[in-house]
Design a binder for this molecule. Structure first.
Ligand code: CMC
Length: 391
């Protein structure tokens, strides 16, 4: 074999060619299939963006309607999946529940695994697009002690998700359009981000030709961690802690800079963005809009803005090019919309679903080889076995 160079964290290693998402970290640019995140967040809806990411073009009206109809056709989850859900304690973190149930879906949809043709791929894609919002909403209702909701296919994709999350028994379902629009925008902003930790996971699991659902289940597990999607929960918990502690942002800034202290300023820093995360800019404005339109005054938003201001002027953060990332303000909006803290990362997963699908599909269509990195061995060379009684 040749010489293996190691690159921990793959900081400088490209794993694939991809035509899905363009990211320029120095300039703070993010585009899906060539369209800017700013325009998409402002003008598109989530299902359109999902179609764009997965199939490469913005859908015509007919294409979008067909895609939605095919998804609706698959928006039921086998009743027996409820028994699995029932087996979890109420206190279970919904990311674990979601990952497990997504994996369990294979047992109920065995034909989704072998996807050698584009048609078989398409069928697996609309199935997971249909069933995943149901599982996400169910994970929430289980925790909240609410009966499961089956949704209403006359509603839009995101609106239906909102109903499945929040519709209370024996009440009319009604929703504020502003609320659904805010969720839609957040989902778009999370929809893809090229070869991040969870997406690389999806591609590598899928590269063994394990099916789409288990590849996504593995992606959910990767997203769960606080250095990745779990940061949105960690941010709100940190902001609450600062508030409880009296609101002294400076003290926490010092803690984050102290290398002896494992504390990091959650929601700050990014592997690729060495400039403003363009998603954070949009979300910051949206946080102000959503809170003011719902008439909510959340003191935690002021703490977040205070931290940001301080960080942008602090040489530690300036030198390391640490800016607020997508997760810094998102939790404040989720909370204003009535989404509980532990559901923040599942919301990220729901948004990232089309990105994971698009990346998995691209990997399969490009017939990429199985992912299998090398290593530099640093262990013992040869040792003679010693029986246990002689050790
Ligand atoms: N607070 C304090 N110091 C930080 C932070 C932070 N949030 N982030 C990075 N640093 C320091 C780090 O200690 C290092 O300093 P030094 O060079 O003196 O050793 C330097 O900045 C570079 O950091 P790194 O850990 O080498 O960078 P990375 O690319 O390996 O990690 C990161 C990127 C996002 C994991 C990291 O910035 C972090 O842990 N941030 C907090 C968690 C977070 O908000 N994650 C969400 C990421 S965005 C969306 C997503 O992926 O879900």
């Amino acid at each position: 074999g040749g010489v293996t160079t190691i690159d921990p964290g793959f900081k400088n290693t490209g794993s694939c060619e991809s035509a899905i998402t363009f990211l320029n970290g120095e300039e703070g640019i993010l585009r899906y299939r060539g369209y800017s995140i700013e325009q998409l967040a402002d003008k598109a809806d989530f299902l359109e963006v999902a179609y764009l990411l997965i199939f490469g073009e913005l859908p015509t009206k007919q294409q979008l309607e067909k895609f939605h109809a095919d998804i609706k056709e698959q928006s039921h989850v086998d009743e027996d999946v409820k028994k699995i859900l029932d087996g979890f304690p109420k206190s279970a973190h919904p990311m674990g529940v979601l990952s497990s149930l997504t994996s369990a879906l294979v047992a109920f949809n065995p034909t989704s695994v072998n996807v050698d043709s584009e048609e078989e791929m398409y069928n697996a894609i609309v199935k997971i697009m249909g069933k995943f919002p149901v599982l996400t909403a169910w994970a929430h209702r289980k925790r909240a002690g609410l009966p499961l909701d089956y949704g209403n296919n006359n509603l839009g994709y995101v609106e239906n998700f909102h109903k499945m999350m929040f519709h209370r028994p024996n009440r009319e379902y009604s929703v504020d359009k502003k609320v659904v629009d805010a969720i839609d925008k957040l989902l778009i902003l999370h929809a893809d981000h090229e070869q991040n930790c969870s997406t690389s996971t999806v591609r590598i699991v899928g590269s063994s030709h394990a099916g789409l659902f288990v590849s996504i289940s593995a992606g959910i597990a990767a997203l769960w961690g606080p250095l990745h999607g779990g940061a949105n929960q960690a941010v709100i918990e940190m902001l609450e802690e600062i508030k409880e502690d009296g609101g002294d942002t400076h003290k926490f800034m010092e803690k984050a800079k102290d290398k002896e202290d494992p504390f990091r300023l959650m929601g700050f820093g990014h592997r690729v963005y060495k400039n403003f995360d363009p998603r954070a800019k949009i979300i910051k404005v949206a946080a102000d809009d959503v809170l003011s339109s719902l008439g909510i005054d959340d003191p935690v938003l002021d703490i977040a803005k205070g931290l940001e201001k301080e960080a942008l002027e602090d040489s530690y953060f300036v030198d390391r090019k640490l800016y607020p990332n997508v997760d810094f303000y998102s939790g404040i909006i989720y909370r204003a919309l009535g989404i509980p803290v532990e559901m923040f990362t599942p919301m990220f997963a729901l948004g990232r679903l089309p990105g994971w699908i698009a990346q998995w599909r691209e990997m399969r269509l490009q017939k990429e080889p199985i992912g299998r990195p090398r290593q530099v061995y640093t262990g013992e060379t040869f040792r003679e076995f010693i029986p246990v009684e002689k050790r």
